[in-house]
Design a protein around this ligand. Structure first.
Ligand SMILES: C[S@@+](CC[C@H](N)C(=O)[O-])C[C@H]1O[C@@H](n2cnc3c(N)ncnc32)[C@H](O)[C@@H]1O
Length: 452
């Protein structure tokens, strides 16, 4: 691989005798990976028996097509193996309040969601307007029920959530050196100056992110770059400027190694952070650190967010009829409508000030005149083993479904909405009329499955 000259010189100087192995790793193939969704059942053994990633039991080596049933239904999330170390380090506990500040396209967010198991609160934010849509699609696809999605700059969120979260993840925009092997295009905008620009932006992001960690809470900082300016030096800067934070050790397995204090101010504490080098482990380059805030008093929050409107009596009845008939024992609380769209909010949020909510919670559906149409997001968050009305479809019918076509059944079941299930996986809500299944697969997500 034709690496930038300045890059080669810099890492020869930093790594000394190790540099040859490091630089040679850029000419070896990058590895793909995926995480399985722990809320899904009946996954094929071809997925679950593939070699696992040392630090993440849900993670496997291998690739899953974006046009496959397992991908579409949210049974898996494709993620580069080293990136899984970030979520595994954060490992939020059931019931915690978690913030993913730089979240699109959603790899870490969906991973954090697997740890939370639908409990607590997952605030997931993306500053970029286009990218927040992709984040929302992935959160929906993975069937995450407890996420609120924001589209804000960190400085818009920090006044809303002071001292609020048990865990804050800053998966920072960075110079991307760790991705050169997987995505050589990342080299085109790289320069020594770019590294310094990224570091300046990371200091701004961290300044706001640290304000949102509650006393005793943790901030996980990660990059996919080798640059010490963005890694050890960034953590040294936090320790020097925010004395209520200290680094806590990270368990290192599978070739993950200590960070390099000598690449910053020499503070031995920095070795508690982790480096993932492609010449030492199976994955791309990453840096991960875990900061913890001292215990103490938290800022008292006043006021609460007014999100959406309460349901009218008619809307309540339409929703309840649908829930009783199709969902069975599924229960959702905190229901609100936003322009006739129905959402279940995970919890009461504090006063949102000037923040921008992109999705206030799980999208349940939409009220249209005198009927209720269930949402795709609700289908993918539904458990086929729990809902009372489901329809098992064949692989060919699934292909028609994701292509946007109606399809016919050999017998006509009772008219109405059904959770369509293919090979045990939820794939959407279809409306059965006679022996026809009307297609409600979202237009923007439709695709063609080609034969190999
Ligand atoms: C490394 S990517 C995040 C990847 C994501 N965590 C995942 O695992 O899928 C960094 C993200 O930070 C966003 N970003 C860029 N500038 C930012 C800023 N000033 N504040 C917050 N986020 C920013 C980018 O748009 C990008 O989506």
């Amino acid at each position: 691989m034709n690496l930038p000259d300045d890059f080669v010189t810099k890492y020869q100087r930093l790594l000394g005798t190790e540099a040859a192995a490091f630089l040679a790793s850029f000419d070896t193939p990058s590895l793909s990976g995926y995480r399985v969704n722990p809320t899904h059942h009946d996954l094929p053994t071809t997925l679950t028996a593939a070699p696992t990633v040392a630090y993440e039991p849900l993670g496997h080596f291998g690739s899953v097509s974006g046009r496959s049933l397992m991908h579409q239904s949210g049974a898996v999330y494709s993620q580069e193996p080293s990136a899984m170390f970030v979520g595994a380090t954060a490992a939020p506990k059931v019931g915690e309040r978690v913030l993913d500040l730089c979240a699109a396209p959603g790899g870490k967010t969906t991973h954090l969601a697997s740890y939370l198991q639908g409990t607590g609160l997952l605030v997931t934010n993306e500053i970029n307007r286009k990218r927040v849509k992709v984040l929302a699609e992935n959160v929906e696809r993975f069937g995450v029920p407890n996420a609120v999605i924001f589209n804000d700059a960190p400085e818009q969120l920090s006044p809303v959530f002071p001292d609020y979260f048990d865990k804050v993840l800053v998966d920072a925009p960075c110079s991307g050196e760790g991705m050169f092997r997987k995505d050589p295009a990342a080299m085109t905008y790289w320069s020594l100056d770019y590294v310094n620009d990224c570091a300046a932006r990371q200091r701004d992001i961290l300044t706001e992110a640290l304000k949102m960690v509650k006393p005793g809470g943790q901030l996980i900082y990660s990059t996919c770059t080798f640059a010490p300016e963005e890694d050890e030096q960034m953590m040294a800067w936090v320790l020097q400027n925010f004395p209520e934070f200290h680094l806590v050790p990270i368990q290192k397995v599978g070739g993950v190694v200590d960070a390099r204090p000598e690449w910053a101010d020499g503070n031995p504490e920095l070795a508690k952070a982790a480096r993932l080098f492609p010449h030492l482990m199976q994955g791309e380059g990453h840096f991960v650190a875990k900061l913890e805030r001292d215990t103490g008093d938290a800022h008292e929050l006043r006021g609460s967010a007014t999100l959406g409107q309460a349901l009218t009596r008619d809307q309540q009845k339409l929703w309840q009829d649908f829930a009783d008939q199709v969902l069975g024992q599924a229960t959702f609380t905190n229901l609100v409508t936003v322009k006739d769209q129905l959402f279940a909010l995970p919890v009461t949020l504090p006063d949102l000030k000037h923040a921008h909510v992109f999705r206030p919670g799980l999208h349940l559906g939409v009220f249209k005149k005198n009927r209720f149409e269930p949402a795709y997001a609700l289908a993918l968050a539904s458990d086929p083993q729990v809902v009372s009305r489901s329809l098992t479809i064949t692989a060919d019918q699934w292909r028609a479904w994701v292509h946007g076509d109606t399809f016919t059944l050999t017998t006509a079941p009772e008219k109405g909405w059904y959770l369509l299930v293919c090979a045990g996986q939820p794939v959407g809500f279809g409306k059965v009329v006679g022996n026809t299944v009307k297609n409600f697969f979202p237009k923007g997500l439709r695709f063609t499955v080609y034969d190999h």
